[in-house]
Design a protein around this ligand. Structure first.
Ligand code: PLP
Length: 382
């Protein structure tokens, strides 16, 4: 308990240290879109607007927003002359109810990206280190590095799953936070929930554990086992969730954290003013209980994912057991060429670097989009 308190004090003091340092949305955008490889860096130098491409590069939901969210946005239009304070309070209450906690455990952000950035900034300013698997969603760590932290990376295991033993062994005296992304981006792989839970409990005795559950609702309902219960039990754990993925609200920017109340308070102190907006609050409220739309997304994503994985299998290209809306597999040819040629054929995908090799990360679009993509990609790489 004593060490938990001191780690919370750490979070408090790091956020207090931020003083006048502000996150700007352009800093966040820059990092969200940051190149994940030399191939992407070179490709982006000549980048054109991507609006006319079939977007298989950002793990978005091609089916959203739901009909209920669209209706709610329309109804909210009349309130757009008002700051969304009451509406964000209502959303926070609904989320707290859903998570089974009081509202002081919930921090609402402009996407879960804002929560990741605030946390990364706090660590960076402390000058410690952050530990994560690699490859994984990098925003928190890159933010920490921007503010001078060290990022310790542990390779995934050969099945592209977090190597928990190696991560446990890599915790150092100055490890301020361990980041776990479950399901993981870019591989889509999932950790066994019981194993993850006991791992988080053990690790939280040594450092703050941050679990990013952006894709959790893409798993079947009985598999959606959140680590938020650990926060309730008083463990040194922070969990983030988002409305961007299963609910298809990426462009509206709503995410949240379930964290100990003192952490939430500090995050709120350093949020950039009234950042939450009427349309986003309305759409998120309408989406929260919309299990029908979530099930529809899961079903459609599952179909398209199955089709795409069978294509990869037919090529004998290695991939993890993705359960979400993205897949990572070895780039069959030069990454920069793949980016350029797939773009010419109308598709946006990503190239990552890992273990000295290039890898394609393809987001799962609609089944029709995936059929078109497979045809185009096959031409590009054969
Ligand atoms: C694992 C993970 N976490 C968080 C985010 C950020 O999402 P948002 O800021 O839209 O909630 C993403 C976006 O792709 C992601 O893949």
């Amino acid at each position: 308990m004593k060490s938990t308190l001191s780690r919370r004090d750490w979070f408090r003091s790091s956020l207090a240290l931020t003083g006048g340092v502000m996150l700007t949305t352009s800093m966040v955008d820059e990092l969200m879109a940051a190149p994940t490889s030399e191939a992407e860096r070179l490709h982006m130098l000549g980048a054109k607007p991507t609006t006319r491409l079939i977007r298989l590069g950002s793990n978005e939901n091609p089916y959203g927003p739901s009909a209920k969210a669209r209706e709610a946005i329309k109804s909210a239009l009349g309130e757009c002359n008002r700051y969304a304070d009451d509406e964000s309070k209502q959303l926070r209450e609904l989320i707290a109810q859903k998570e089974g906690v009081s509202t002081d455990y919930i921090f609402l952000g402009a996407g879960s990206a804002e929560c990741l950035c605030l946390t990364g900034m706090a660590i960076g300013l402390q000058g410690g280190s952050v530990l994560s698997a690699f490859p994984t969603f990098r925003l928190l760590m890159e933010y920490a590095v921007k503010f001078n932290a060290r990022w310790d990376k542990i390779d995934l295991d050969p099945n592209f799953v977090h190597n928990l033993e190696a991560m446990a062994a890599a915790v150092k005296a100055d490890t301020k936070l361990m980041f776990l992304c479950n399901p993981n981006n870019p591989t889509g792989t999932v950790l066994n929930a019981d194993r993850l839970k006991s791992f988080c409990v053990e690790m939280a005795k040594k450092t703050t554990v941050y679990v990013d559950e952006a894709y959790l609702e893409l798993l079947e309902p009985n598999e959606q086992i959140s680590m938020a219960s650990l926060v309730k039990e008083g463990h040194n754990v922070i969990v983030s969730r988002t409305f961007s993925k299963v609910y298809g609200l990426a462009g509206l920017r709503v995410g949240y954290v379930v964290a100990p109340p003192d952490v939430v308070k500090r995050m709120a102190n350093f949020q950039m003013g009234p950042i939450l907006n009427q349309a986003a609050m309305a759409a998120a409220k309408a989406s929260l209980g919309d299990s029908e739309f979530a099930a529809y997304t899961r079903m459609k994503n599952g179909e398209a994912l199955k089709f795409f994985l069978s294509y990869l299998d037919s090529k004998k290209w290695m991939h993890g057991n993705s359960r979400t809306n993205c897949v990572l597999f070895p780039a069959p040819k030069d990454g920069k060429m793949i980016l350029a040629e797939t773009e010419k054929k109308g598709f946006q995908i990503r190239i990552w670097e890992y273990q000295g090799k290039e890898w394609c990360r393809v987001s799962i679009g609609t089944l029709d989009e995936m059929k078109l993509f497979v045809k185009a990609f096959d031409e590009v790489v054969s």
